[in-house]
Ligand binder design. Structure first.
Ligand SMILES: C[S@@+](CC[C@H](N)C(=O)[O-])C[C@H]1O[C@@H](n2cnc3c(N)ncnc32)[C@H](O)[C@@H]1O
Length: 219
């Protein structure tokens, strides 16, 4: 169950960008593995105020992005127009979103803690469906470590993942990188430390397809 609301609505109401406007470091890494080219498409799930989505649009991808916070989408559109790029940004919920489109890159940073337990499996089936063959998925999740205190701006809608849990999804994809990092953050104004698991992987076949070709029903 989700409330359909996020505490980020109020955080994004300020004129200043809560997360700043500089892209996350792994956006450049992603551009290296799947270089921008005309018609290459990206979906940013939980784009916040748009710093990563707008950066990727500036690199030349056609970018679609959504977030539950209306204020975030307004700011993402503002950033895109200030930087002179097109962005298709709208309000949607990671737990229930639907798209008929397929993407070369599906990206989500710092948002999967809002995916409820009962929606996890369905989310990854959807990710498999909406990623083009040889498309890339980059995901990261905050994970629970007994030696780290919860972040001060953590809200009740958020659930930490188990260490390594993310790596068990999309098992038949090609893993380009999996990693676990610990880093300092100052969101909410109080310094704190996060642990994050991240995964960059590539879709190698369509669902139901075997190495020899389309799967056949047992005779
Ligand atoms: C830690 S922020 C990350 C934002 C952005 N990806 C970035 O790195 O700047 C988490 C984001 O998840 C969004 N969010 C919260 N619940 C959501 C939901 N159910 N569906 C989609 N987005 C949600 C929040 O509004 C917020 O923008």
């Amino acid at each position: 169950m989700t409330t359909g609301k996020t505490a980020y609505e109020a955080r994004y109401a300020a004129k200043e960008y809560y997360w700043g406007t500089e892209p996350a470091a792994f956006c450049a890494e992603l551009c290296g593995v799947c270089p921008p080219a005309p018609g290459r498409t990206v979906l940013d799930i939980g784009c916040g105020e748009g710093k990563d989505a707008v950066y990727m649009a500036q690199q030349g991808y056609t970018v679609t992005a959504f977030d539950l916070a209306k204020a975030g989408i307004r700011k993402a559109n503002r950033l895109a127009s200030e930087r002179g790029v097109k962005l298709h940004a709208y309000v949607d919920d990671i737990n229930t979103f639907h798209t008929e489109a397929r993407f070369d890159i599906v990206y989500s940073s710092g948002t999967l803690q809002f995916l409820t337990g009962e929606n996890k499996q369905g989310f990854f089936e959807k990710i498999d469906r909406i990623t083009k063959l040889h498309g890339l998925v980059y995901l990261n999740v905050f994970v629970a470590k007994p030696f780290l205190a919860p972040a001060p701006d953590w809200d009740p809608e958020e659930t930490l993942w188990k260490p390594g849990e993310l790596f068990g999804y999309l098992p038949d994809w090609k893993i380009h990188r999996i990693d676990e990092i610990i880093f300092e953050d100052r969101s909410g104004g109080i310094p704190h430390v996060h642990c994050m698991d991240l995964m960059l992987c590539e879709k190698m076949r369509e669902r139901g397809q075997t190495a020899e070709g389309p799967a056949r029903a047992a005779e």
